[in-house]
Design a protein around this ligand. Structure first.
Ligand SMILES: Cc1cc2nc3c(=O)[nH]c(=O)nc-3n(C[C@H](O)[C@H](O)[C@H](O)COP(=O)(O)OP(=O)(O)OC[C@H]3O[C@@H](n4cnc5c(N)ncnc54)[C@H](O)[C@@H]3O)c2cc1C
Length: 458
């Protein structure tokens, strides 16, 4: 008697993994080590035909469906208990057309795949800060990184998306084809179909930019944060500064005496004229005694990997975040107060830069919205042992409560942890929820795609 796994194997090119088979545990494992769910079957798709076969199979067998892109979602949305998982990790092709400055990326691409291929042509896409993140989840939920202030949310730079619908049809969404669906895909969070390809607009950049990181002992934090506040209020879009409060990792660029001690860091990315980089950074370097300094001319692909080591796969993670309209001194003091009680050397309070280009498009350009935000804070809890879960989660929640009064009221759907429900989806997608529900009703009326921050049909 053939098993359901055999039946699926007979219809697909990609390998199928069931519990107990070598490869199953690797396929179901994701970035956040807190998530330990067991799909009924995993299909590692090789192409669009596999995606279609997977959708039909799940429907026939009454299985829920989940989709794994880069597997980075902190809530673990890529993997659902008892589901058929479509694992896209074998679909990592990138095709660059330099003549029209477009890149076509398959849905299993990590950010590094797109960076590597586009830089061959002196071009770059507006992606995120950590190169091991998947393009699919990042783009469908919005996306921001060092280039956001210049180019907008990642989804603002999308030209088109190829997708398979809940009834197994191939469609393209762009400003001229299925425009309502295209609108919803730009921030609506993987609710409308399985994306099989993304086309991004590209921009001339690199191969070198001026960037890196500066670190100071925590005693210097009030001065550094005050300067961060002043600079970010009027910085040109070519400058992105990320402020980080955390314990210094044992990295070679930080003086040994500071390892394990609290520091304030600024990640610096200047994508304006290279010759102006030293001048941009000079006032920052002059702020106080540095614990470390690796700001220099560097390849764009190097800048894009600066935060990779701080975010390894398999640790335990819990995040809380909010958009901010500014950085009042009271907010920065509150952040500083909270970092004093951080229970893990891996956790951090981070301020990511926004503003600039995102504010240039109308609020309803896409459901990503939140175009009034000048930054996003993320209380990023990160630790190693399950027995430390409670105290680390409690610290993240307490810190978030202290900083939340400064929120615009909006939050980022891609940073939402597992325990954030409908109210927080509303906070992320705000006034666009009704229109998203209408699109959902049209494209997925029985809510087949629901293993995500779900928008139910109207
Ligand atoms: C270390 C780290 C750094 C990050 N840095 C940034 C950053 O700089 N900027 C930023 O904007 N975000 C960032 N994020 C958040 C990131 O955008 C989200 O976690 C995003 O969900 C990751 O996408 P993924 O494909 O890796 O995730 P997955 O966990 O694989 O998927 C996330 C969601 O997208 C859905 N999905 C995945 N592929 C498809 C598909 N092909 N079709 C339809 N739905 C799909 C999944 O079903 C799931 O609901 C970061 C996350 C981490 C863990």
């Amino acid at each position: 008697m053939p098993t359901p796994a055999d039946e699926l194997r007979a219809r697909t090119r990609g390998p199928v993994f069931e519990p107990g088979v070598p490869g199953y545990d690797d396929a179901r494992s994701i970035w956040n080590g807190m998530i330990d769910r067991h799909p009924a079957l995993v299909l590692r798709c090789i192409g669009t035909a596999d995606v279609i076969a997977g959708i039909h199979f799940a429907r026939t067998h009454g299985l829920p469906l989940c989709v794994k892109g880069g597997g980075h979602n902190v809530a673990g949305l890529a993997v659902a208990e008892g589901a058929l998982m479509l694992d896209m990790s074998a679909m990592r092709g990138v095709w660059v057309d330099p003549g029209v400055r477009l890149a076509h990326a398959q849905p299993g691409c990590l950010l590094s795949d797109v960076d590597q291929e586009t830089q061959l042509h002196g071009l770059a896409a507006a992606l995120g800060f950590v190169s091991t993140t998947g393009v699919a989840g990042l783009t469908l939920g919005g996306g921001f990184g060092y280039l956001t202030r210049r180019l907008g949310w990642t989804c603002d730079t999308l030209e088109s998306v190829q997708m398979v619908t809940a009834d197994g049809r191939r469609v393209r969404a762009s400003s001229t084809e299925n425009p309502d669906l295209f609108w919803a895909l730009r921030g609506g969070g993987g609710n409308f179909g399985v994306a099989t390809g993304f086309t991004y607009r590209l921009y001339p950049l690199g191969p070198e930019i001026f960037g890196g990181a500066l670190a100071w002992p925590i005693a210097e934090a009030p001065r550094v944060l005050e300067r961060f506040r002043e600079i970010t209020a009027s910085a040109p879009p070519e400058l992105a500064l990320v402020a980080v409060l955390r314990a210094a990792p044992p990295a070679p660029w930080i003086a040994k005496e500071y390892h394990g001690k609290l520091v304030v860091m600024l990640l610096v990315c200047w994508t304006g004229p290279l010759a102006e980089g030293e001048g941009v950074v000079a006032p920052l370097r002059a702020l106080g005694k540095l614990a470390g300094d690796v700001v220099q001319r560097r390849p764009w692909v190097s800048q894009q990997t600066l935060l990779d080591a701080a975010n390894p796969k398999g640790r335990r993670y819990y995040w809380k975040s909010e958009y901010l309209a500014g950085h009042p001194p009271e907010l920065l003091q509150a952040a500083l107060g909270q970092i004093g009680s951080v229970p893990s050397p891996h956790s951090a309070v981070i301020f990511f830069p926004l503003g600039g280009a995102i504010a240039k498009l109308p609020a309803d350009h896409s459901p990503m919205g939140n175009r009034d935000a000048v930054s996003l804070f993320n209380v990023a809890g990160s630790w190693e042992r399950p027995e430390d879960d409670a105290k680390n989660i409690a610290w993240v929640r307490k810190s978030w409560e202290r900083l939340k009064p400064f929120s615009t009221g909006g939050t980022y759907i891609n940073f939402q942890p597992e325990d954030e429900g409908d109210e927080r989806i509303k906070a992320a997608l705000g006034p666009h929820l009704e229109r998203l529900q209408r699109v959902k009703t049209e494209w997925d009326p029985d809510n087949f795609f629901r293993a995500n921050k779900n928008i139910a049909p109207a």
